[in-house]
Ligand binder design. Sequence first.
Ligand SMILES: NC(=O)c1ccc[n+]([C@@H]2O[C@H](COP(=O)([O-])OP(=O)(O)OC[C@H]3O[C@@H](n4cnc5c(N)ncnc54)[C@H](OP(=O)(O)O)[C@@H]3O)[C@@H](O)[C@H]2O)c1
Length: 384
Amino acid sequence: MKNIYLLGATGSIGTQTIEIIEENPEELNLVAISGYNHLDKLIEIASRFSLQMIAVKNESDASVLKEVFPNVTIVEGDEGLVKLSTLNPDDENGILINALVGMVGLKPTIEAIKIDRNILLANKETLVVGGHLINELLEEHHVNLYPLDSEHNAIWQAINGEDKKTIKKLIITASGGAFRDKTREELKNVTLEDALNHPNWKMGNKITIDSATMMNKGFELIEAAYLFDIDIDKIQPIIHRESIIHSMVEFIDNSIIAQLSTHDMHLPISYALFYPKRKENLVEPLDFFKLSQLHFEPINYERYPLLKLAIECFKIGGSKRVALNAANEAAVSLFIKKKISFLQIETIVINTVLKHRIIPNPSLEEIIEIDKEIKAQIYKEYEK
Ligand SMILES: NC(=O)c1ccc[n+]([C@@H]2O[C@H](COP(=O)([O-])OP(=O)(O)OC[C@H]3O[C@@H](n4cnc5c(N)ncnc54)[C@H](OP(=O)(O)O)[C@@H]3O)[C@@H](O)[C@H]2O)c1
């Protein structure tokens, strides 16, 4: 039996993870969950399981939950997330699933690795801002960190059993997001509702906006560089509209292994949860005769300046990635609140990164401080 400590239970990945847990009660035991704004949903999930701990946003939510679940430990705020990720430190069957959105996921991941807990990671921002810290700790604690992101999960499946030295490049596919057929001129007038209308995937709001700006693909390149310890110049993003090939690995003999399936996150989540076992009939099978064609297009970096910027930030190193992520989180949240236009997301992120003075090899405390400062500055300027 695996004991699951789930951060971000109320979100898109969290909800799908819970469905898998409910379908496999003999193998998976949900121990603790967290939520943030969706308190009703959190209560509804908690009422279906026998939990030890629930983490909520703040004190007032905590007092509501204490009334409803008097026998469950209720914790709150960012520290509550850490208490959840490190609950029962001697639990050898414990797995932390990090399905939070944003860099708030970094500290609970770090603390879970420190108690030797294996991690299933959806929260890509953790690696974007703190990949250098995470990799050091993974090595020190001999802990596994498995990717839930469909592209990285596909690469993991394709690499399985291969000699790492024989990898020539990783090919990461991108649907192109909601605005893949719009010119930059047309982007001036797009709305929040347009941006949230992703052609292939139903996901949380932030990642859907990040897909429309292609910041998401930039983050995924950084994520892949850390996960697979590969030079970022050997990771090629390409547009693949159908989201059927989730990513590919090209080897030195020019053989390419790709992972294909219908686009459904239940597959990568289950693959990571049950690895090395595979589950039967998880998603709709692919019918090659119904797939008329698969399309591939090169990426135009001028069209997607945030993707280009993410690669540059990774190469420059130090705290540039932290500034990139902080500015993006703030700008996307302003766009979701309809305080800025779609193209202003890019302007805010680019200007912030240009201004940022690099701190080499930032510590966790420095990352948290930089993140806080940058977000505060941006909110002060635009949130009137
Ligand atoms: N969705 C996908 O298909 C997909 C695919 C690949 C990778 N990912 C990655 O997986 C992560 C989660 O994505 P998602 O689409 O599931 O996001 P989501 O639907 O927005 O869910 C995010 C979760 O985090 C919680 N949360 C938000 N802000 C928080 C904060 N400040 N403190 C504590 N908890 C907070 C939310 O709680 P409330 O809902 O209660 O507010 C929710 O449970 C992201 O990093 C994303 O890039 C997602």
